[in-house]
Design a protein around this ligand. Sequence first.
Ligand code: HEM
Length: 487
Amino acid sequence: SLLLFTVVFIITADYIKNRRPLGFPPGPPALPLVGNIFTLDHSRSHETLTQLAARYGDVYSLRMGQEWMVVLNRFEVLKEALITQGDILTDRPKLPLQDAVSHGLGVIFSSGNIWKEQRRFALSTLRYFGFGKKSLEPVILDEFTHCAKALRGYKGKPFNPHLIVNNAVSNIICFLVFGHRFEYGDERFIKLMKMFDKAIQIEASIWATLYNSFTVLMRRLPGPHQTLKQIWSDVKDFIRAELKEHKKSWDPSERRDYIDCYLNEIQTNKGQDDNTFDEENLVLCVLDLFAAGTETTSTTLRWAFLYMAKYPEIQEKVQAEIDSVIGQSRQPSMEDRSNLPFTDAVIHELQRIGNIVPLSLPHATNRDVQLGGYTVPKGVMIIPNLTSVLFDKNEWETPHTFNPGHFLNEEGKFVKRAAFIPFSAGKRLCLGENLARMELFLFFTSFMQNFIISMPDGMKPVMDYRFGITLAPKQYEICMTPRQEML
Ligand code: HEM
């Protein structure tokens, strides 16, 4: 009877403590202690969350363990919350697993003044290196030349493009933050890429949810969450080693890269009130740029190869457009984009259907707010469900089919679509959007200009995904046959 009493006591206490607050968005019934953790299919959470909207409305709530979270669905709702109401959702929730790595520093998981200052600085530095006098365009094109040389080595035979594409894309952000690229095959770098790959899966797994809900217990238990902490600690060591090298040769009058600029900023801000610039924050910001800037663009390109292999007629149409506008005697440039409407539409459609960051990143209310007619108190986790927008049948003619026509008008001209929000929206919009768009355009057109992409004999492309912070294609082999020799 003591056991029965304890169970009844726990359930009653849990019910009283964790009741859905008055005026809070509705949602599925929650179990004692675990709440709705098992309502989600954690191998495809974005799909479950989108389905729940059909039942509970565009603004609904779930309880993950002891924490409430509100899910926002569909374009109008996201627009109202992230753009029209502007600054109500600029914070991130405090998640113990992420906090163990970031300690509230950096750009991605920080909030308040730290976030504001670090984001402002990162944006202005990226603009300086990426789009001002020191444009990244030649850096990206040069990287493609390295990449194409390595790919030609496969002579059109099947190979897995994962590592090489990760390496090529990551080299752009490496050039920006560290001032140098890494040779393909560099063992330290390959190890790092493999760790990233593992980390993005664990970050979105049930282990992360359990850790964030039952931290005291989980901290003591073995499991992938422990591996995750180790991975980020190794990546930080890698960055600290780069920082050490920079400090040895640092000349304040020269801005070689982001780390140099940051070291200058530390000097300038020393002793000032509310200073947020120090070496710990430097390491975290570099970690954020490095992590966010590698896997995302690379994943989109790996989807691109699969879709081009699946739809050879679309691939041929892209190649014909590139041949007539750019030809084969020079590399593409950003100025070509407006003359390549079909290619541009294909890239947009790849991003839409690829849906690589399906649930954006979690936000948190920074005061008591009204969302969709409900009252949501300060500090509640908010999930902007990008999937619900990118696959909304009211926004897209054929939401589940690859269709570049979504971005073309009747005359074949490129048209912008408001519901195209793979980078999210509002004040926390992806900080690397411009860089990512430039990378995607230059890499994709270069691949199409130089290679014919096809599946190995007898194989069909598998369009199924692997769920993580990013939705990535499953590992695959593909053939890239050089075009120039064929023309
Ligand atoms: C944040 C998407 C590439 C850096 C985000 C967010 C999304 C996203 C959905 C969350 C926004 C939110 O909180 O609502 C993408 C996609 C990419 C891409 C689809 C490529 C196809 C990049 C690149 C960089 C980058 C190349 C490198 C600079 C960041 C950073 C944040 C972020 C630092 C955090 C911003 C903040 O919290 O203020 N990205 N991203 N991203 N992204 Fe990207």
